[in-house]
Design a protein around this ligand. Structure first.
Ligand SMILES: NC(=O)c1ccc[n+]([C@@H]2O[C@H](COP(=O)([O-])OP(=O)(O)OC[C@H]3O[C@@H](n4cnc5c(N)ncnc54)[C@H](OP(=O)(O)O)[C@@H]3O)[C@@H](O)[C@H]2O)c1
Length: 369
């Protein structure tokens, strides 16, 4: 009899094991010494320094047309982007379906794909009010159990139309999740017994390459490092030009100690550092942030670069960071972000930002400038 468990094991194992690490050059070339160090590590580490995030492609903040979403993906691909991050939550399945529509024309071994687990989707005529404008007609139910995780991966495979997912992030198990708030710790305990060991098992079975949490706060990441064996985290909103001290103090040392790397989500603070008047996801603009942004923008321009490029390079610089995943709604945004990652940023910019106390003295800055 085919059960969910043996379906995933039999169909995916061969597919994942036979896939090879993509041969395209990463957008940000590592030195041979760095690559040797990375290959010696126990936990999976992405071979790319930059990818594309799927919030806007799932109608995050405002509606995105099917055409714009497809063109954004095409433009990212044309610029060499080969890492894509999405989630069942983004547009209640819409983002995964749009990624799948594009990726069906690509060879599976040519790109890396991550999605999330923790919310199962059920059909409804009234999707919940959230970040999504005109989402798919589904509602979500939290499920951080072992069976929930298997089911979620299977559902994602079907929406994406692919036979494997490389990395799985346990999504929004965090105090900033408005559905959970302080009850996140109860759900965390469910995940400690369910989702976390199950994802470790799926990694051992060869179904996925690695797993971690995908969250907007530090506590769940620090806690999971103590109780489980994750490979890579998606840390969103916690390491950007605007806000990074806590991550430098607490997140980076804890991850480095356990040989775990990071994907940085919202490197533009949900658009703020690309010029949008929106800061992250709460709808609130912290005091003084626009003024700080103006100062940094002027410094960037004085050095012949732009703030968005600075922001992307800044978030990608630390060695514990495997990749950044700026989101894009259009082809133009996707191309600009990928081109930014290939640009050189003069070292003097970082010195000036530090001298002006606009970024932390401790923040690693790109060595290739
Ligand atoms: N908990 C989690 O796991 C978590 C949380 C957050 C994010 N993430 C991941 O991280 C990814 C990145 O976060 P994000 O997409 O929310 O925010 P972001 O990357 O910080 O900013 C993306 C937004 O910035 C604007 N933008 C991007 N490129 C631009 C350009 N070249 N010119 C002008 N504007 C530009 C667009 O705003 P407009 O929409 O106004 O066009 C876009 O939607 C997500 O897509 C997702 O994959 C994960």
């Amino acid at each position: 009899m085919i059960t969910r468990r043996n379906f995933l094991t039999s169909t995916l194992k061969g597919a994942v094991l036979s896939s090879t690490v993509p041969v395209l050059a990463p957008l940000w070339t590592e030195t041979p010494d760095m690559m040797k160090e990375i290959q010696n590590k126990k936990h999976y580490r992405l071979p790319y320094h930059s990818g594309l995030g799927g919030v806007a492609i799932g109608n995050g903040f405002k509606p995105t047309s099917d055409e714009d979403a497809h063109e954004a993906l095409e433009a990212a691909w044309a610029e060499g982007v080969r890492y894509f991050d999405t989630s069942p939550w983004y547009g209640l399945g819409l983002s995964e379906r749009r990624f799948g529509h594009f990726l069906k024309n690509q060879k599976r071994e040519d790109y890396i794909l991550s999605t999330k687990v923790g919310r199962l989707l059920k059909a409804t005529s009234k999707p919940p009010k959230a970040l999504w404008q005109n989402p798919s007609p589904f509602q979500h139910e939290y499920d951080y159990t072992a069976a929930g995780v298997r089911r979620s991966v299977e559902d994602s495979l079907q929406r994406l139309g692919v036979n494997s997912i490389d990395m799985v992030f346990i999504h929004d198990l965090s105090p900033d999740n408005g559905d959970l708030k302080e009850r996140w710790t109860e759900q965390f305990e469910i995940a400690v017994k369910g989702a976390m060991p199950e994802l470790t098992k799926m990694r051992e079975e060869g179904i996925i390459k690695g797993w971690g949490l995908g969250v907007n706060t530090l506590e769940p990441i620090l806690k999971s490092l103590e109780v489980a064996d994750p490979d890579i985290f998606l840390s969103a909103t916690q390491y950007s030009l605007m806000d990074h001290q806590d991550a430098l103090d607490r997140l980076f040392p804890a991850c480095a100690k356990k040989d775990v790397s990071l994907v940085i989500g919202a490197p533009l603070n949900a658009g703020f550092l690309a010029g949008v008047d929106r800061y992250n996801y709460s709808g609130k603009m912290p005091e003084g942030y626009k003024e700080k942004r103006d100062k940094m923008r002027t410094i960037a321009q004085n050095h012949g670069t732009d703030l968005r490029t600075l922001a992307l390079h800044f978030s990608a610089a630390p060695s514990v960071v495997a990749a950044i995943i700026p989101g894009a709604r259009t082809a133009q945004q996707a191309s600009e972000n990928a081109i930014s990652m290939k640009a050189k940023v003069p070292a003097e910019v970082w010195k000036e930002l530090k001298a002006e106390k606009l970024i932390s003295e401790q923040a690693p800055t790109p060595k290739s400038a």
